[in-house]
Every structure is written in structure tokens, then in C-alpha cells.
Write a protein that binds this ligand. Structure first.
Ligand code: PEP
Ligand code: MG
Length: 598
């Protein structure tokens, strides 16, 4: 029988439900739902007597101290499991817990409103959570989850109880919850929790980052999941596609299980590929680099033997930590990453905010067309001090590894020249301060606007390398907002115009004798990657977990075959035709590969 019992037994005979969310950690999990009870403790709102005020104030302060100890203990316990960087979230929680404004507000409620310590804390934290969750900054919004996490702990201490644990979980399950707090995520019994689906959560939330790092398939932002899911329901969580299916019908279940088997087979096979070179059947090397958004992704890039980091999106550092605006803090973090990856190269892209990525301290009045507005290099060249600090930090860090600087959103030659001038000035400053800089720090340009594509032969003379950002190049060439679901079907990397534009850039780079890497999402999609290799690309930068699958596919194909496919594609009139041709090509590769394996 299906259903959760509350007062009476609630019998539901619901059918299959499919839901979509954000795929934040790849893999497929099939199993039984464990609904993590999201109920907070009951808060007693009865007014306290005047003589109880002092006692309640003391209880609140004691409970804050106990909660702090508890969080510190968790921090220590999990540091060895997930590493120093990931447990920093607990430092942030302690700061939030002890935030003077919130604690003072709670104490004032006890005194002035004669509320119990629990009710006062509940209200004061609720207001702070509300404020954080309403900001436009995605990073700050995600911190509201940390605040909820500490509030829950604090209220349990005030209630004299222990917070709910995962002790109930005695078999393999898939967690369904409103949200998993970061501390809950690191405490998941990894052997038992095979996946999770939550209603809330964002891409940069620590929960998502930790899921990737712990390699648990996860989908977040699944609207309606709590209303639909019942304890012990069967569920499929596809963390690669962002799909959740509750009570799947037999056929879908079979399909998911076979995809799961395939995923596991591929993962096993992929592990064998780790140490193999990334080459095509006819021996052409394809250099695979990693795209990294947050430092926690660096270890996987190293494990999967990326040739280096081809795109480090520095803006996520700014989203996480306002302190990063300081030169010392930035230099330290860049050095740390370089040391980790050394002797392989790291390409740091300078701050690329604006458009879809709004950095709060910079928030200017809303723009009518943010994607066509103040973003990327345009901001850096306007806020020169901000750029100067970032470049100085990068240069100072460059002494410990192989560092390159990449300029985003270039659309004119002047932007490149102006940025290079600022870099040269910063270099001179740093040199005069006595830092022994490497002879050359390479500077590259992102080619992600049609304007830059057509100027590529000129820009190539001014930079050391190109990086093609296909996400924006598709957005700007096809006039399709990359984040607008209404036109998502038009955001198509198979559009023949995209191949033509990429080819122009590859040719310009070859003629100028500079390397070019392709770093948009397209580079990590096998069908597109084949096409890009056919067009002449020899360097791709992709999410670290995609590296092994790409190596497998390259090992099946001859570079000449891919070139012939690309030549055909350049003459095709529609995206549908291109996609079909690429699918057929890959199918034939797989069949041949299977046949040869015997
Ligand atoms: C791109 O535009 O393809 C790219 C890699 O940059 P981002 O996705 O960060 O805009
Ligand atoms: Mg871009």
C-alpha cells in the first residue's frame, strides 16, 4: 500500500509524474523515496512573564553557544572527508549565527515583546532569511539556506532536543526534501543515499557543489516534488538530464535502469580511460582541459587527467565572498589553484559579470537589455580599479605556476588593446614592487560575439590565444536569449551558422599561428564535440566529469571521418539535418566499436 499515515491512513493511487529541475550532479539513481520531514519545531507563542525575561535571554545566548560548538564539531568531523574548502561553509554558518544585528533583534523581542527565546529567535532569523532570499544575488540567496540550517539547529537546542538525523535510514533510498542544508548534505550516509531531489536550490548552492563532489546524482529546483512524492514511492532521479520521475510506469523504469547500467558501464570503462591519452583512432591528439567554476571542482579535473584548466570563471569567487575584492585574498586563492594544477596551465578568465550574472555590489539600474548591455570586459574597462586589482592579483600569483589571462566578451579590437595596456601597467607596478614575474604571462581573448568572429584575424595579432565561448556565440548569432525557456528550442548548437562561425575562428587562429580552445557547453556534448573536431578544433575545455566520455568517443573515430562530416554539415540548410547527420555518425562509430571489441 502506498501512502503516508498521519491522522488516518492517506491512500493515494497516483500515477506516474515527470518533473524537471536543474541537473546539478550527474548520474542516474533509481530507488525508493525517503521524504525528509521538513517540519520545523512547533514554536510556543505564549507571552512570558516579566520575571522570566532574564532567564530566556540567558537561554538564547547559551543555545547560540551550544549551536556554535555543534557546528564546529561537524566541521572538524567532515574536514577529512570533504576537505578544507568545502567545510568553510560552516564558518559562514557561525558568522550568520552570531550576527550581532540578528541576535540583538532576538534579545529585543524577548525583552520588549515578552516572547520566549525560541519564538524570538524564530522571528528574528525569519526576517533575516526573508531579506537574504529576496536579494537578486544568487550567491546571497543560497546563503539563506545556511541561515535556515543554523536556525533549525538553534531551535532544537532551545527545545532541548536533538536535531533530526539520518538514523532512520536503514536501506538504500533517494532523498526527497524541500531542501537539503549543506551540513545535511555532508552528513548523508553515502552508502545508503543513492540520489536526491529537492524543491529548492541553485547551481551555486553548496548543496549542489557538494553533491557533485560526493558524486551523488542530484536534481534541485523541482517544483511540486513535495506535493507529489510519498514515502516509499519508486523514483528515478536523472542528475544528468535534470529529470525526476515518480511512480514510473514499467517501460520508463526499464529504460531508466538500462540507462543507469549504461552509465555505470561507461563510468567503469571511463575509469580505464583515465590514463589513456586523448587521441583519435588515427592518432590525432585532442587536448582536453577542464572548465572550473568553483575551486572544489579542481580535484576532479586532476583525477580525470585534464591537461589543465582551460576556463576558470573567476566571477563565482566574487559571488561567494565579498572579501575577494581585496588583492591579498584574490592572490592567495589564485596561487592555491595554480599550485594544485601545476605544472599544467590554468586559464583565469577575468571577471565576467553582467547579463545573467549580476554582482550585487555592482548592481547598476536595471538595463532594458542586460545581455546586450554592461557586461564582461565592458565593466572591467569602466571600473578600472576593480580590473587592476584582479590583474595585479593574477600577476602576483603567476610566479607559482603556469597562468594565462583570458578577456571575456570582446567585441572590438580597442577593448583588447585597452585591456592589454592596463595589464602592462599592472605588470610594471608589480615588478617595481620587487615581484619576479615570469617573462611572459599569456593573454587571450574570448571569441563569443559575431563581431569578434569577424575581427578574429586582427585580434589574433594582439593576443596569445583564443577561447571560443559557444554559449554566448550561439546566443548572439542566433538572437536567442540563452536563459529564456520560451525560446530554448531555438538555442541550437547544431545550427549550421554556428559551425560556420567556429570555422572562421579556427581558420583565423591557424593562419596567425595561435592556439584556440573551445569552452562553451557545446564542447562537452559528444555529438557537437565530434563536429568541432571535424571543423579543426584540437583543444576543448569541458566540465571535468565529461572528459572521460569524450576520450572514449574520440578513440572510436578517425579525424578524417569527422572532417568529412563537418564539410558536409557546412553545406547543410538546417539544424535538424546537422543533428541527424551527427547522430548517424556517432551511431556508426559505436556499432563499429562494438564489432571490433568482438
Ligand atoms: C561561453 O559563453 O560559451 C562561455 C564559456 O562563457 P560563459 O558561459 O561563462 O558566458
Ligand atoms: Mg560567455
Amino acid at each position: 500500500m502506498k501512502g503516508r499515515s498521519s491522522a488516518g491512513r492517506r491512500k493515494t493511487r497516483k500515477g506516474q509524474v515527470q518533473m524537471r529541475g536543474l541537473p546539478v550532479s550527474p548520474g542516474i539513481a533509481v530507488g525508493e523515496v525517503f521524504v525528509l520531514d521538513a517540519r520545523d519545531l512547533e514554536i510556543d507563542e505564549v507571552r512570558i512573564a516579566p520575571e522570566e525575561i532574564e532567564k530566556e535571554e540567558r537561554r538564547l545566548l547559551d543555545a547560540i553557544a551550544e549551536t556554535r560548538d555543534e557546528v564546529l564539531k561537524i566541521r572538524t568531523r567532515y574536514r577529512s572527508v570533504v576537505g578544507e574548502d568545502l567545510v568553510r561553509v560552516f564558518d559562514a554558518q557561525i558568522l550568520l549565527l552570531e550576527d550581532e544585528a540578528v541576535v540583538d533583534a532576538a534579545l529585543a523581542e524577548i525583552r520588549e515583546e515578552r516572547r520566549s527565546a525560541a519564538a524570538a529567535a524564530h522571528h528574528a532569523f525569519a526576517r533575516a532569511i526573508e531579506t537574504l532570499s529576496r536579494t537578486e544575488n544568487e550567491y546571497l540567496r543560497d546563503r539563506a539556506e545556511d541561515l535556515k540550517d543554523v536556525r533549525r539547529r538553534l531551535l532544537h537546542h532551545l527545545a532541548g532536543g536533538r536535531r533530526r538525523s539520518f538514523a532512520h535510514i536503514d536501506k538504500n533510498v533517494i532523498l526527497v526534501a524541500d531542501d537539503l542544508t549543506p551540513s545535511e548534505t555532508v552528513q548523508l550516509p553515502r552508502g545508503k543515499v543513492k540520489g536526491f531531489a529537492t524543491r529548492q536550490g541553485g547551481r551555486t548552492s553548496h548543496t549542489a557543489i557538494m553533491a557533485r563532489s560526493l558524486q551523488i546524482p542530484a536534481v534541485v529546483g523541482v517544483e511540486g516534488i513535495l506535493e507529489e512524492a510519498d514515502h516509499r514511492d519508486r523514483i528515478i532521479v536523472d542528475g544528468s538530464e535534470g529529470l525526476v520521475v515518480l511512480r514510473p510506469e514499467a517501460e520508463l523504469l526499464r529504460g531508466a535502469k538500462s540507462r543507469q547500467r549504461r552509465y555505470m558501464e561507461v563510468s567503469r570503462e571511463r575509469l580505464r580511460l583515465r590514463d589513456l591519452p586523448s587521441v583519435t583512432r588515427d592518432g590525432v591528439e585532442i587536448r582536453l582541459f577542464a572548465n572550473v567554476d568553483v575551486p572544489e571542482e579542481v580535484p576532479l579535473a586532476i583525477e580525470n587527467r585534464a591537461r589543465g584548466i582551460g576556463l576558470f570563471r573567476t566571477e563565482f569567487l566574487y559571488f561567494r565572498d565579498v572579501e575577494i575584492a581585496r588583492e591579498e585574498a584574490q592572490t592567495t586563492i589564485y596561487r592555491k589553484i595554480l599550485r594544485r594544477v601545476s605544472p599544467d596551465p590554468v586559464v583565469f578568465r577575468t571577471l565576467d559579470v553582467g547579463g545573467d550574472k549580476v554582482l550585487d555590489p555592482l548592481s547598476a539600474p536595471r538595463e532594458p537589455n542586460p545581455m546586450l548591455g554592461w557586461r564582461g570586459i565592458r565593466i572591467s574597462l569602466d571600473l578600472r580599479d576593480l580590473f587592476r586589482v584582479q590583474v595585479r592579483s593574477l600577476l602576483r600569483a603567476s610566479t607559482v605556476g603556469n597562468l594565462s589571462i583570458l578577456l571575456p566578451m570582446i567585441s572590438t579590437l580597442e577593448e583588447v588593446l585597452d585591456a592589454k595596456r592596463l595589464i602592462a601597467e599592472a605588470r610594471e607596478e608589480v615588478r617595481l614592487e620587487g615581484v619576479r614575474l615570469p617573462e611572459k604571462v599569456r593573454v587571450g581573448a574570448m571569441i563569443e560575439t559575431p563581431g569578434a568572429v569577424f575581427l578574429a584575424p586582427h585580434i589574433a595579432r594582439e593576443v596569445d590565444f583564443f577561447s571560443i565561448g559557444t554559449n554566448d556565440l550561439i546566443q548572439y548569432s542566433l538572437a536567442v536569449d540563452r536563459d529564456n525557456v520560451k525560446v530554448a528550442h531555438l538555442f541550437d548548437p547544431f545550427h549550421p551558422a554556428v559551425s560556420s562561425l567556429v570555422k572562421l575562428v579556427l581558420d583565423a587562429a591557424r593562419d596567425a599561428g595561435i592556439p584556440v580552445s573551445i569552452c562553451g557547453e557545446m564542447a562537452g556534448e559528444p555529438l557537437c564535440a565530434i563536429l568541432l573536431i571535424g571543423l579543426g578544433a584540437r583543444e576543448l575545455s569541458v566540465h571535468p566529469y565529461l572528459i572521460l566520455e569524450l576520450k572514449r568517443i574520440f578513440s572510436l573515430m578517425e579525424s578524417g571521418e569527422a572532417r568529412a562530416l563537418a564539410e558536409e554539415v557546412l553545406r547543410m540548410p538546417s539544424a535538424r539535418r546537422v543533428r541527424e547527420a551527427a547522430e548517424q555518425f556517432l551511431h556508426e562509430l559505436e556499432v563499429r566499436g562494438e564489432r571490433e571489441k568482438g
